[in-house]
Design a protein around this ligand. Structure first.
Ligand code: ARG
Length: 560
């Protein structure tokens, strides 16, 4: 039930459309006077009456209503109180009927959204800094699908650059196949670090590295075999983490995929008169837009990160005919994406406006660790494992007889990391704290999951239930049901603002409301109608919490 729309449709003021009226209706922070309010001050001029008189007039014409129980005038405001029993009855039956689809829609049918997220670099560690892009992107991916869009998840692999030449040199000098197979990215990193130490003493190594990289580019079999070995190894390593985090991609077309797709772009830029020469390099001058130039080709003719992104954007448009093209990338790359989008616009691509940089803040550890350059890398895998271990020890202590402890610890520990990463506004820098994300009583994943387990246990104990009639409501019951009723709106605005944090916030509030209801209201010992109603409320809470957590990529354990 869309109350604002309903109310607006019954209020006629000359010169004010139904849509305008709807936008004027507000939800007051304090619902003592009503659930919706219309300020009438705006109409005083055209209607030539006092706002209070207008409110009285509108009240009289509104008349009796099935959904609105009471209309009152307070000063220049017209207040509406919804028929709470009816509202609660409708919310519960809808949620229970729709189940896993509650909150979904088909608004996106026929529209495709490309989402570039995680986009890791080959032979580099998957560290805590990649957490946000990975879980944010994956949440947006699921959200879009939930709302009917076709989503294309793209891992734009960083698989191009002279560093791969260096790695080959290092591997030939000090590497060993079985050690690399066993050690994975950590072993590759060790080789890479050693290369840099040695290259300082022997700068001629860099020439060798450049030559090896050229070989990769020219399709040399041996060099490519090694490069592909590094690539597969990295993907296997990160694959384990993607699996833990429940993250999937439809495409792994990375930077090297565009090797043969840049020449036409450069041609097009040249033909459109957008390229200028600067110190031997070819650039697009963006000074008119207060930006440094976008370098397209270096003086040695090599392409750049930006050149590949231009080719990738065009490729995505041609391949997927996207409605929106998203890049979930840290705010450090703000300028890069502004430049790319501007160049696309200058090339006359009208879809440049559909490209969006979904920027997010930095993650650091409480102890200050996290600097790739200083080698102080915090592997995401280690962080997840530590959370799982900590959960296992909490569960073992509090509920030693719980069957499937390891699996549940895995679900809760990983969930804690995901929920923690999505808990605040995405653009905010974040300090990752084990104690904070794992606090079972805080605003955390484990707290919400625990509430789900509580609902489950109530429902199991309750067994089969019959029908009920919604009678007088306690505030705990109404507040809970009304919050459940808001889920579809919250999902819609989370997508609109590209903010999965709206969902974590919502889930915490819902869990708190459920727990308040649970502690204040008896369920199983009550007479049949009350008991059935409260069990239905429990069921609707569980469905809604489950849908929220599933969208975030978390599992919902039945017991904890
Ligand atoms: N691999 C890049 C990095 O780690 C991120 C790539 C983002 N996607 C893109 N299309 N530029 O910084």
């Amino acid at each position: 039930m869309d109350y604002k729309k309903h109310i607006a449709s019954k209020l006629n003021v000359e010169g004010v459309t139904a849509a305008e009226m709807e936008s004027l209706i507000a939800v007051p922070p304090n619902t003592d006077l009503g659930d919706y309010a219309l300020p009438c001050f705006r109409f005083a001029k055209t209607m030539r009456k006092s706002p209070a008189a207008i409110a009285e007039e509108l009240k009289a014409s509104f008349g009796a209503d099935e959904y609105i129980e009471e209309v009152t005038v307070a000063g220049g405001y017209l207040n509406f109180r919804v028929n709470r029993k009816k509202h609660v009855a409708e919310v519960l039956s809808r949620v229970i009927k729709e189940g896993g689809n509650y909150g979904s829609s088909d608004e996106g049918n026929g529209k495709t959204v490309c989402i570039d997220y995680s986009s890791i670099n080959i032979a580099k560690p998957f560290h805590i800094g990649h957490l946000s892009t990975t879980v944010l992107g994956a949440a947006l991916y699921r959200l879009y699908k939930f709302r009917g869009y076709t989503a294309v998840g793209i891992n734009h692999l960083g698989d191009y650059g002279t560093q791969f030449g260096k790695l080959i040199v290092a591997y030939r000098l000090w590497g060993d196949r079985s050690a690399v197979e066993k050690g994975g990215v950590r072993e590759l990193m060790r080789l890479y670090v050693k290369y840099h130490e040695e290259a300082e003493k022997h700068p001629e190594m860099d020439d060798e590295a450049r030559a090896e990289f050229k070989k990769i580019e020219n399709g040399d079999e041996e060099a490519n075999a090694l490069f592909n070995f590094f690539k597969e190894l990295t993907l296997k390593d990160v694959g384990k983490i993607y699996e833990k985090l429940n993250v999937k991609f439809d495409s792994y077309a990375g930077e090297s995929f565009y090797n043969d797709k840049m020449a036409p772009i450069v041609e097009e830029l040249r033909n459109k008169g957008l390229l200028t020469e600067s110190e031997g390099a070819e650039i697009v001058d963006l000074s008119a837009y207060d930006m440094p130039p976008c370098i397209i080709l270096r003086s040695d003719g090599a392409s750049l990160y930006a050149t590949r992104d231009l080719a990738a954007a065009v490729y995505r448009k041609n391949t997927y005919d996207f409605y929106k093209n998203l890049y979930v990338v840290a705010y450090q790359q703000n300028l890069h994406f502004r430049q790319i989008f501007k160049v696309l616009e200058l090339m006359g691509k009208d879809w440049a406006k559909d490209c969006v940089h979904v920027a997010y803040g930095m993650v650091s550890m409480e102890d200050g660790a996290m600097s790739t350059r200083k080698g102080k890398v915090v592997f995401l895998e280690d962080v997840i494992n530590k959370c799982v271990e900590k959960c296992l020890s909490v569960i073992t202590e509090k509920n030693p007889d719980l069957p499937d402890k390891e699996k549940i610890a895995e679900q809760v520990g990983t969930g804690a990391v995901i929920f923690g990463a999505l808990s605040s506004n995405k653009i905010k820098d974040m300090v990752f704290s084990y104690d904070k994300v794992l606090n079972f009583d805080g605003e955390t994943g484990p707290y919400v999951q625990y509430t789900c387990a509580r609902c489950n246990s109530v429902l199991i104990k309750g067994g089969e239930t019959g029908g009920y009639e919604v009678k007088d409501l306690l505030p705990q019951e109404y507040d809970l049901a009304a919050h459940i009723g808001k889920f579809p709106e919250v999902i819609a605005s989370a997508l609109d603002k590209l903010e999965p944090s709206f969902i974590t916030r919502y889930a915490v509030d819902l869990a708190q409301l459920y727990n308040k209801f649970y502690f204040d209201c008896k369920i199983l010992g009550e007479e049949e109608n009350v008991r059935n109603f409260r069990l239905a409320l429990t069921k609707a809470s569980l469905i809604t919490l489950t849908n929220a957590l599933t969208l975030l990529g978390m599992a919902v354990p039945e017991r904890m």
